[in-house]
Design a binder for this molecule. Sequence first.
Ligand SMILES: Cc1ncc(COP(=O)(O)O)c(C=O)c1O
Length: 424
Amino acid sequence: MFSSLNPHVLRLQFPSLQQEINGQPAMFLDGPGGTQTPVGVIEAMSEYLLRDNSNQGGRFATSQRTDGLLAAARQAAADFLNAQRPQEIVFGANMTSLTFHFSRALSQTWQAGDEIVVTRLDHDANISPWLLAARDRGVAVRWLDFHAEDCTLALEELPRLLTEKTRLVAVTYASNAVGSITDVARVVRLAQAAGAQVYVDAVHYAPHGPIDVQALACDYLVCSPYKFFGPHSGILYGKYDHLASLAAYKVRPASSQPPGKWETGTPNFEGIAGIRAAIHYLATIGELYAGPDLPHLSAYSGDRRHLKTALHLIQQHEAALSLRFLRGAAGIPGLRVYGITDVERLEERTPTFAVSLTGYTPQQLAQRLAEQGIFVWDGHYYAVAVMERLGLLDQGGLVRIGFVHYNIAAEVDRLLQTLADLTP
Ligand SMILES: Cc1ncc(COP(=O)(O)O)c(C=O)c1O
C-alpha cells in the first residue's frame, strides 16, 4: 500500500537497476531515450514466446490465445490513453514508423496550396514525416517557434499561423530535449476552431503524466511503450471516424476496418504482451494507493482510475526530484540548465534537463559521467530543431539528464556531487 509513491519498493521490480559499473551502482538517467522494464514485462514477453507463440486468426489454441492477448492489450492501451474504444488503438514498430505510414495516408486528403503547422520544439519524428508529406502534396509548412529563455512553445503565435487552409498541426506534448510541457488542449481548441486536425507526439510525456485523449479532443496521438517501461514498440491513437474513413496503404486481404487496416503485416505479439504488462505495472501502482481520495480523478473508474492515480503519484515524486536537482544545480558554477528553471513552475516541465558545464563538450561530460556509472545522453537526441534554434547544433548539442519514477533522491545527490567535482 502506498500513500505516496515509494520508488525504493518499485525499484526492486527492475532487475537492470541492480547493475554496477566500475564498482558503483549504475544510475539510469537515460529514461528519455528509453526506460528499464519491470520483471512483469520481461515475464509476459517470455511467457508469450514459451506458450502462446502463433499468428492471429487461427482455429487452434495458441492462435486463439494470441487473439485474446491482442484484444486485451488494445483494451489496456485504450485505458492508458482514456480512448473511447479499443479500435482506436493501432500497434506498430515505433512512433516514427507509425507516423511515416500514417502521414502518407492522411496527406492524400490534402490539396496543393493547403498548409500545415509544425513546431521547433518537436522531435524530428513529428517534423520530417510532415515536411516530406507536404513536399509530396505541394503543401506549405508554417513553423511555430519556442521562447529561447525558457524553451516553452510560443502558443500566442499560433492563431497567426492558422488560416482556413491549415489542415494539420503536429505538436509535441512535451519536449524530449528540455522537458517543457505543451498546453495541448489549447492547441487543439485553436486548431480545430480553424478547421485543422491535431497530431500529438506524446512519446516523451507518457511516462511522466496522465493522458486523456477525450479530454484533449486531439485527432491523433502517438506514444512509444519503451519510454514507459515496456518493450520497443509504438502506439497510435486516432479518433474512430478518422481511422475508419481515411484510406490506408495496406495489402488487399488485410481488414478494411480499424485498427487492422492500419497494422501492416504480422504484429509483434511478444512486444504487445509486454505493452499490456507495462500498462498493468502502472495500473498496479495506482491500485495500491491508500492515500486520500484524489477528487479530480473521480470521473474515471477501474483500471482507468488506477492508471491516472499512478501517473499522478509519479508526477508528485518526479516534481520532488526536479526541485532537488534544480536547487542543487543552481549552486554549481558553470552548470547551465536550459528550459524552465523556476521551481514554482515545475508542473510545466518533465524532469528532463538539458545542461552544459563550462570546460567540457557535451560529449566529454557524458563520457566522464559514464565512467562513474551515470548514464546520460549527449547531442541532439533527434530534437534537431531545438538545438538549431538554441544555436547549439554545431557544438555537440547538450547533455540530457532524464529522471523517471524509479530514480531516487540519493541519485540526484550523487549526480550533483559528481558534477560539482567535475567543475574546473
Ligand atoms: C518526443 C519523441 N518523439 C518521437 C520519438 C521517436 O519515437 P520512436 O523511437 O518510437 O520512433 C522519440 C524518441 O526518442 C521522442 O523522444
